[in-house]
Unconditional design. Structure first.
Length: 187
């Protein structure tokens, strides 16, 4: 089924991007981009919490602001990744290998799984394998075509003229530039 543009999302909604496709969802000032063969579900979606289940595939997240009392979490089959500060993040899940990769481009986050907790800092990519007992390996971030695409989407939004006239808290502000131009009218 084709996704309906600008459809409001709520707790319990699920999205799937098939082969050769990608998706984009905005939750307030936060953007989520997901790659091909990716399935996400909103476990919790309200003014205080954004909790996303990533069953498989790739999810890039750009968090502009975290207000006091707000929480952002991405759950995979074997861990929970809590976003602690504004920044750019990516989570990749391979259910066949039972692995989750967590990349922090900027910001900071915490991974919890198998009864343990790890802090992930900017420039790190951590690979977690297993279920009850997690093994992990930390290395440098690698980039691919999905990274290039999601970064281009983010840069597009950062340079929108609409941001000079409309608060980024207004849903759909990122689409306004393509429908006309902005100018001040003194009258």
């Amino acid at each position: 089924m084709q996704a309906e543009p600008d459809r409001p999302m709520t707790t319990g909604d699920s999205l799937w991007a098939d082969q050769n496709s990608r998706g984009e969802v905005h939750v307030g000032r936060t953007a989520l981009w997901f790659g091909a063969q990716t399935g996400i579900s909103f476990l919790n979606l309200n003014d205080q919490a954004v909790q996303v289940q990533l069953a498989q595939g790739s999810l890039a997240v750009h968090v502009r602001q975290i207000n006091q009392g707000e929480a952002y979490e991405i759950d995979s089959p074997n861990l929970a990744f809590s976003i602690l500060s504004p920044g750019d993040y990516r989570v990749d899940v391979d259910p066949n290998r039972n692995t989750t990769d967590v990349s922090v481009y900027s910001g900071q986050g915490t991974v919890t799984g198998g009864g343990q907790t790890w802090n992930i800092t900017p420039g790190q990519r951590a690979t977690f394998a297993g279920a009850d007992q997690l093994s992990y390996n930390v290395g440098p971030i690698t980039n691919d075509t999905f990274y290039t695409w999601s970064r281009a989407r983010e840069m597009r939004e950062e340079h929108l003229e609409s941001l000079h006239y409309v608060s980024p808290d207004v849903t759909g502000y990122e689409d306004l530039d393509q429908y006309g131009s902005w100018h001040n009218d003194p009258t």
